[in-house]
Design a protein around this ligand. Structure first.
Ligand code: 5AD
Ligand code: FES
Length: 369
């Protein structure tokens, strides 16, 4: 890379002003490598200006239901992997999940995410269908984050009322993916799932972890290009945080929290500068690394926050990584806390809105025109 600082500033300005998706992978790599504090501020400010232009002032809300931590997968980084005997397993019943949805609706959250470990079974598929039918009258935007499934299952859940699906690709590099997962986890199948989700008419959410062992800035730049390739409408990504009861933790290089956080913020900023009109979440992992991590995520270009609406008694069991925040707070406390935090940066929470991805709405209006 032989671009000097002036070129970096120019690149940031052009990425904000030009149409989306005009940066090259090399240029995104360059932006992700910025360390100079003045340039970093320029990067975050430009991404935040694009957020304001595309999404307005205001932070969209999704009530997060951590429906269960039983998982058939054994990902080397994840605290609820099936081989972690220390994880105490739970699964909310249908009434409890519907109760969380009602609570989210009472709080004025216009949208809900139901997330759990990965289970592929007819009984599970039917149970989710029943839940979707029961919460439909609440009129919430419903996102599912229930892992890899057959296309027929995605279709059934779409028909039962879910409109959005989140499945992080984790990394767009098949090589890196194979170091993070056992051999039976196929990167190609995951990509095929993303395509199937799109075919079923969902708003598609994907994302990656950053600060992974063995990951390069070039990998991360290609991750952002991958979001465009699969035409993602929503992005949820965050720094990898080692969990002590997982195999990857021993291999993870020591990295200060602030360094992990900064990389997460840079990923948000460059994604905003590249894609412009997608929804980008300020993930809970940012908050695990710094008390104001999510606010800093918004100021780097994110526009969505996912307050936890799961009953406090289950929160400790759904621990994907070390240092998970909000373990002892209930949903009401999280709401008050968020109100204050978001107000402190001159933003406000968008109550009662579905918060559809502007990218998705635009593509649909265009295709109907
Ligand atoms: N650190 C950060 N994020 C993690 N996830 C799982 N384990 C970790 C970890 N140790 C993320 C994965 C998954 C999402 C639900 O949580 O990206 O897709
Ligand atoms: Fe849960 Fe702040 S968001 S305590």
């Amino acid at each position: 890379m032989d671009l000097d600082e002036r070129d970096v500033a120019g690149l940031i300005a052009r990425a904000a002003a030009n149409p989306p998706r005009t940066m090259s992978v090399e240029e995104m790599e360059l932006l992700l490598s910025v360390e100079d504090p003045v340039l970093l501020k320029e990067l975050f400010d430009a991404a935040y200006a694009v957020k304001l232009r595309e999404c307005g002032r205001g932070v969209a809300l999704r009530g997060l239901v951590e429906a269960g931590n039983c998982c058939a997968k054994d990902c080397y980084y994840c605290g609820i992997r099936k081989s972690n005997a220390k994880a105490s397993r739970y699964m909310l019943d249908e009434d409890e999940i519907v109760g969380c949805a009602e609570q989210a609706s009472r709080f004025g959250y216009g949208s809900l995410v139901i997330q759990s470990g990965e289970i592929e079974s007819e009984a599970h598929t039917r149970s989710i269908e029943r839940i979707l039918a029961r919460i439909a009258p609440l009129g919430l935007g419903v996102t599912l984050s229930l892992g890899e499934q057959e296309e027929s299952v995605y279709r059934r859940w779409r028909e039962a009322g879910a409109t959005r699906y989140l499945l992080r690709i984790e990394t767009s590099s098949p090589r890196l993916y194979s170091t993070l997962h056992p051999a039976e986890c196929s990167w190609a199948r995951r990509v095929e799932c993303l395509r199937a989700i799109k075919r079923c008419g969902y708003q598609l959410g994907t994302g990656v972890m950053c600060a992974l062992p063995g990951q390069t800035m070039a990998d991360l730049a290609r991750d952002i290009a991958f979001y465009a390739e699969v035409d993602a409408d929503m992005i949820g990504m965050g720094p990898y945080i080692p969990h002590p009861d997982t195999p990857l933790a021993a291999k993870a290089p020591r990295m200060a929290d602030e360094e992990r956080l900064l990389l997460g913020l840079k990923m948000i900023a460059v994604t905003r500068l590249y894609l412009h009109d997608v929804n980008i979440a300020a993930s809970t992992a940012l908050q695990a690394l710094a008390h104001d991590g999510r606010e800093r995520g918004i100021l780097a270009g994110a526009n969505v926050i996912m307050p936890n609406v799961t009953d406090t008694k289950w929160r400790r069991s759904y621990t994907l990584y070390d240092g998970k925040p909000c373990l002892d707070e209930n949903a009401k406390m999280c709401q008050g806390c968020l109100e204050r935090r978001v107000a402190s940066i001159g933003e406000h929470l968008l109550y009662g809105q579905l918060g559809d991805s502007r990218h998705f709405v635009r593509c649909h209006v265009d295709s109907m025109a």
